[in-house]
Design a protein around this ligand. Structure first.
Ligand code: NAD
Length: 465
């Protein structure tokens, strides 16, 4: 008993000290040893770890784009060094009791990339391929994304290496609670605010909020993407898809595509892909001719009705088998003859080995990191504009920001207000990205990175390094 209370006193002291050190932004980088001692943070420089670099390492892809932007604007090397790599990386072991009574040990990560412009912000992914480099890449993308959208957040990401489709609800809940309590020390409404990503949802966020609130008091602002009943924002669930549709609408205006005449193929029919398909069809009158999920895809040149696809998914767990079209694989969908391709599943889908065969005339990146830099070069040479992820899917984090604002203010916005405010961010952001890329004579992605890197570098400089 005495031993136990001593332990908890040490824990409390650690927690206090960690919080104190976080309040002072400067020592964080200058005293790495102290940081390591407090919360067992890994301090390896990811850029110098050859063991983890392979051909399509997603983190390498982000670093490559960062370097192109930094070089183009002649960014000071010391500043570049500071904002390029993550501020903090936490790897945690999660003991989870399975329904069969066996204890499993899972691995989770939280990477905080940069907080120069505001608290760290980024989703939590449950997927069997989650690894540190993927989480680093996604955390870094969040920094640039929040900067492109010009919302007052930094960038972070988290994940657990697990195939969640094999877990029961009870196992998922225990996993989520274990993960939350292990990253509890570094998250918080003013520190780091998680959200859903692949294979996590509003229920996951409700568990996270509840677990965090046990030790910090009722804290809805610690996560976004919550159920409406627990302080979630109206319009958050569809926000990424809505943002993708705004991105496509603005791109169509710039590149002179007639929305009423184009055909669209969407890879992935989860949160982002399905809302994108719905809004394109029902609000913009756009014809979606192909959709897919992890099990495969379907093509119908006459158009796929969202309501039919949603019903098929609800009834069978997949869109495969939907009547009125022909089956196709995910690879075939990416290479389909259509006007617009929207990857809305996972990263690394458009690569050197298939980019040459892509026939779409415009690509809108709803997923994070779907295009490697070799594929980017191919698209540039083929003059296929790529609306980059750090702009195109920023609608999600933007409405997450609105949710956080509502939680902090204890005040709910109406759905229409959420939509209007989202428009006010996404529409000018397209113009800013487009103008920056034209000004520097670079592709849209590098234009978006330039915009973001300049904003983050300015904030870092103003705060004092
Ligand atoms: P989700 O889990 O709801 O849906 C993922 C979809 O992709 C499902 O239809 C799934 O079947 C499909 N899929 C999975 N593996 C696949 C594979 N190997 N090939 C083809 N399809 C596959 O996830 P989501 O939230 O819709 O996220 C999709 C993408 O959008 C991810 O890259 C995510 O990082 C990105 N994103 C999501 C949000 C958000 O608010 N949810 C915000 C920004 C970016």
């Amino acid at each position: 008993m005495a031993k136990k209370s001593k332990k908890s006193a040490v824990r409390k002291k650690k927690s206090r000290t960690a919080k104190q050190s976080k309040r002072h932004s400067i020592p964080k980088k200058k005293h790495p040893a102290k940081k390591k001692m407090l919360i067992s943070v890994q301090l390896t420089d990811p850029a110098s770890n050859p063991a983890q670099s392979h051909h399509h390492n997603p983190y390498e892809v982000v670093l490559h784009n960062f370097e192109l932007a930094a070089k183009k604007i002649g960014l000071n090397e010391e500043l570049a060094m500071l904002i390029r790599t993550p501020d903090r990386e936490l790897r945690v072991e999660l003991p989870v009791m399975m329904d069969d009574g066996k204890l499993h040990s899972l691995i989770g990560y939280r990477v905080q990339h940069n907080n120069a412009r505001g608290p760290y912000k980024g989703g939590i992914r449950y997927h069997q391929e989650v690894d540190l480099d993927e989480v680093r890449a996604l955390a870094s993308l969040m920094t640039w994304k929040t900067a492109v959208a010009d919302i007052p957040f930094g960038g972070a990401k988290g994940g657990v290496t697990i195939d969640p489709t094999k877990l029961s609800q009870g196992e998922l809940e225990r996993l989520t609670r274990a993960f939350t309590s292990k990253i509890d020390l570094i998250i918080g409404p003013s520190e780091d605010i998680p959200a859903p990503d692949v294979n996590t949802n509003a229920q996951t966020m409700a568990w996270m909020m509840d677990e965090y609130s046990k030790s910090h008091g009722y804290s809805p602002a610690v996560v976004t993407g919550k159920p409406i009943e627990l302080g979630g924002s109206l319009g958050r669930e569809e926000a990424t898809g809505r943002g993708v549709c705004i991105a496509l609408r603005e791109a169509a205006r710039s590149y002179r595509f007639d929305l009423k005449k184009i055909t669209v193929a969407i890879q992935g029919f989860g949160n982002v892909g399905s809302h994108t398909a719905r809004i394109l069809e029902q609000e913009l009158g756009v014809k979606v001719v192909a959709i897919s999920d992890v099990k495969g895809g379907i093509y119908n040149p006459r158009g796929i009705r969202y309501a039919d696809a949603a019903a098929q998914l609800k009834n069978t767990g997949s869109i495969v088998g939907l009547k009125g079209g022909v089956k196709l694989t995910n690879e075939e969908l990416l290479e389909l003859k259509c006007d617009v391709l929207i990857p809305a599943a996972l990263g690394n889908q458009l690569r050197a080995d298939n980019a040459q065969r892509v026939q779409a005339k415009l690509i809108v990146e709803a997923a994070n990191g779907p295009t490697t830099y070799e594929a980017d070069e191919i698209f540039n040479s083929k003059k296929i504009p790529v609306i980059p992820d750090i702009y195109a899917n920023a609608g999600g984090v933007t409405v997450s920001y609105f949710e956080w604002v509502q939680n902090v203010q204890r005040f709910r916005w109406e759905y229409q207000r959420v939509q209007n405010e989202l428009e006010k961010i996404m529409t000018p952001a397209f113009l800013a990205v487009h103008r920056t890329s034209e000004f520097h004579k670079v592709p849209l992605r590098i234009g978006a990175f330039i915009l973001a890197v300049e904003r983050v570098a300015t904030a870092a400089k103003l705060r004092g390094i």
